[in-house]
Write a protein of this length. Structure first.
Length: 133
């Protein structure tokens, strides 16, 4: 169960949470001088916002592969095209194709030696466009 990120040459380890998936367009307000009525039109500029992926570091080699991919993207600004896939009991539930995915932030929890909590890592990314398939 979880989300998987497929990029050319890579199928990522699973993510437990995908959040922030959104798209919106701007609004242009035009006031009719004769009637003082405000009309709203679409600016037709689409914004796909920022998504967040969360996963638990499990000490596997996948952690290192993903960390290297994210570091490379943050340092170089590399963008990727690929697919996010949601599976539930090994059955595909959702497939989201995207273009222009660029990792922008990686957040780690507090490193408390007395904690019994999982080490959840939060990864923020921007996308140029996405579509639910």
């Amino acid at each position: 169960n979880g989300w998987y990120l497929e990029l050319p040459g890579l199928v990522s380890p699973h993510f437990e949470v995908l959040s922030g998936l959104s798209k919106k367009t701007g609004t242009v307000d035009i006031v009719d001088a004769g009637s003082n009525v405000k009309y709203k039109f679409s600016s037709q500029i689409q914004d796909f916002g920022e998504i967040t992926l969360e996963r638990t570091n499990d000490g596997s080699s996948d952690d290192l592969v993903l960390r290297n991919l994210i570091d490379s993207s943050i340092q170089s600004g590399t963008k990727y095209a690929g697919v996010l896939i949601k599976q539930h009991y090994n059955q595909e539930v959702y497939r989201i194709a995207f273009e222009g995915l660029r990792f922008v932030e990686e957040n780690y929890p507090d490193f408390d030696v007395n904690s019994e909590e999982k080490q959840n890592v939060s990864i923020a990314a921007t996308v140029d466009t996405w579509i639910l398939l």
